[in-house]
Ligand binder design. Sequence first.
Ligand code: IPD
Ligand code: CA
Ligand code: CA
Length: 262
Amino acid sequence: MQDALIAAIREAGRIMRGAHDAARTVTAKPGEANFVTAYDVAVQRFLFSRLGALYPDAAFVGEEDGADDVARLCRGRAFVIDPIDGTTNFMRGFGHSAVSVALCENGEVVLGAVYDPYTDELFYAERGRGARLLRAGESSALRVSGRPLSDGLILFGTSPYYADTRDGTFAAARILFDHALDIRRGGSAALDLCTIAAGRAEVFFEMRLSPWDYAAGMLLVREAGGTVTAPDGAPVPLERPSGILCGNPTAYTEAAALLRQL
Ligand code: IPD
Ligand code: CA
Ligand code: CA
């Protein structure tokens, strides 16, 4: 089953990579800086159909289905899918976007997979069984880094669809930048979470995201030994949007203490 799921996610990535006219298929969604391309819709349809055949008892929640029934993630078995996380990068040809798929059971994420078709890296985790990086036919364990904040790279997202989070975002970015090595804004929350899981950066935060952005990546970070909460330290819900603060346990603790000062 996992092999078929992974094969489906890789195929979804190939649909993304094959897009040479993405910019011409863009339409605006309601709100600020919120776009969808024909490929977001096509990838989601493909995954709903392929995974639906593999898991006939599962429900599906996707960013592009318009239903936004994220409460469904807390009842029984349900997939939550972001067909293209990093749509703005995707439509500009800025090669940093991913397919994100999580399987939830009664409100717990039990499987998470994030595929970056530009690097051919597939980040995969099952609850209680660790996190792995599958690349070029090889599988290696993922582990968060042990670096403290002072030696840390900070990743952050700007919650571009929510103007009310801007002051808090940049206040947090500033205080963390002052205590860390440097900051980065990549444009894909799912890949930001995988970057923490892989020990390539130390802390990620974003003030408001949706479950399809973080469900898979959150499991990857946890299974790689990291800590994931809302920015105020509260548990991350699956049934509604939430901010995210995560990192290796040392850097996370230092970052959380700084954010409490704001
Ligand atoms: C967005 C990306 C971005 C983050 C936004 C998300 P989308 O997802 O993850 O990095 O800052 O908050 O909505 O719209 O490209 O799927
Ligand atoms: Ca997203
Ligand atoms: Ca998306």
